[in-house]
Write a new protein. Structure first.
Length: 427
């Protein structure tokens, strides 16, 4: 959430940022509400002050025997009480409306975020690896999985509905191997691993920006007012909601594996074959809590952590910088990692690493203290990144490591996690 004072004092900057983000922003509405709020607060404080002054005179008047004047003062205090209650109600109403308005406004893009309208304007930063040239007719992972008996799409539909996946045999083993490999690798690079609930309450989802704006993309329980999480970012970030951290402990580096659940409303027909866009998928997520002056360096290192996974797996990929029009709601700057998928003859997103600066921290009230450098407390900067999306990683491994006989070679780093199995044999 944006700082109300920042919005008030930087109207031109905010309007330009929202224009760059293709977001409909009404500065006049904000100004009207903000001025009304300050006017009501001033009136309420003036009445409170008058009540306090008069209240202090009542005892004195009674002591001086001025009973009639004292009774008049009591009547005025009673009238002021009613007026104050009215202004308090007005203040709460306008503050709620202003809060609702600001809670729907996306973050301000960083100065280094490229300006652009949509994904077509995302500049490429770098590439790693060379896409494989096949000397046989390769198969997409959805056909490979079916032929090898490791992915069963039809029975998944029978059990749930379309866009769910059922893995069997070495497919299930490979999924588990990828998860453990990713988690172990991040822990070896200084991340603390957590095991999180897959349900979250409204406050938790508000803290990271999923609510209220993206409620239609969430799966909600019919009781208890809980939601299935779309990413472990939700839980990892809110571990410290309402807390004050110590500067000496920053940056905090967390990771977690969780299933993720997304309605993907409005995306029917887009990447719905195979493992690319499904309602339930596994992911290993990274989250950081950083000092403001260090957060962009922490973003670069987070991207390096995600790249390390792809490099160890030997999967070609590229890094792009998201432009303002393609930026996520809470992010100020984002890098996407896109892995090479032969079935698409293109790179597809497999990780998104973002610096949300103090946007989420303000919503979730996460601060830190650094008494050597400033008084009081400040909001931390929060970062998050996929490390990686497991289903898409499996798809990339299956397609890039397939052999002419229909088998799939297991990447060397995964062999220990597969119990020594070096390939998934053709049926």
């Amino acid at each position: 959430m944006l700082d109300i004072r920042f919005v008030r004092e930087n109207q031109d900057k905010v309007s330009k940022a929202m224009q760059d983000r293709n977001f409909s922003w009404d500065p006049e509405r904000f100004t009207t509400l903000d001025e009304e709020r300050r006017r009501v607060i001033a009136e309420e404080e003036a009445l409170l002050n008058e009540r306090n002054v008069i209240s202090k005179t009542i005892g004195k008047l009674m002591g001086e025997g001025k009973k009639e004047e004292a009774e008049q003062a009591k009547e005025r205090v009673s009238a002021l009480k009613d007026q104050i209650a009215d202004y308090s109600t007005k203040r709460q109403a306008v503050e709620d409306e202003l809060y609702t308005l600001l809670s729907s406004v996306p973050n301000i893009p960083a100065d280094t975020t490229p300006v652009g309208r949509d994904e077509n304007d995302n500049p490429e930063v770098r590439r790693w690896g060379t896409p494989r040239e096949f000397d046989f007719d390769f198969k997409p992972h959805w056909d490979l999985g079916t032929d090898l008996g490791i992915i069963d799409f039809e029975r998944a539909v029978k059990l749930t509905q379309s866009r769910f996946v059922l893995l069997g045999g070495l497919g299930a083993r490979l999924e588990r191997a990828i998860i453990n490999f990713m988690a172990d690798t991040h822990v070896s690079r200084g991340f603390k691993e957590w095991w999180c609930p897959v349900m979250a309450n409204k406050n938790t989802l508000f803290g990271t920006g999923q609510l209220p704006k993206f409620e239609e993309d969430l799966f909600k329980t019919t009781t208890n007012d809980l939601y299935l999480i779309p990413t472990a970012e939700v839980q990892l970030t809110n571990i410290h909601s309402g807390e004050v951290l110590d500067a000496a402990d920053l940056p905090l580096k967390y990771c977690a594996f969780t299933p993720c659940f997304r309605e993907e409303a409005g995306s029917a027909g887009r990447d719905t074959r195979g493992l690319i866009r499904v309602h339930q998928f596994d992911k290993v997520e990274m989250v950081k809590f950083a000092k403001p002056e260090e957060s962009y360096d922490d973003l670069e290192s987070m991207v390096a952590d995600a790249e390390n996974i792809l490099q160890l797996l030997g999967l070609p990929y590229r890094v792009i910088s998201l432009c303002t029009g393609d930026l996520g709601f809470s992010a100020a700057k984002t890098y996407d990692l896109e892995v090479w998928l032969p079935s698409y003859n293109a790179y597809k997103e497999i990780s998104s690493c973002s610096n949300c600066i103090d946007f989420q921290a303000r919503r979730a009230n996460i601060k830190y203290r650094d008494p050597e450098n400033f008084k009081g407390t400040r909001f931390v900067h929060t970062l998050n990144g996929s490390g990686l999306a497991v289903g898409r990683t499996m798809a990339a491994i299956m397609e890039n490591y397939q052999q002419a006989d229909g088998s799939i070679t297991i990447p060397e780093v995964l062999v220990p996690y597969m119990g020594g199995i070096e390939s998934i044999p053709a049926q």
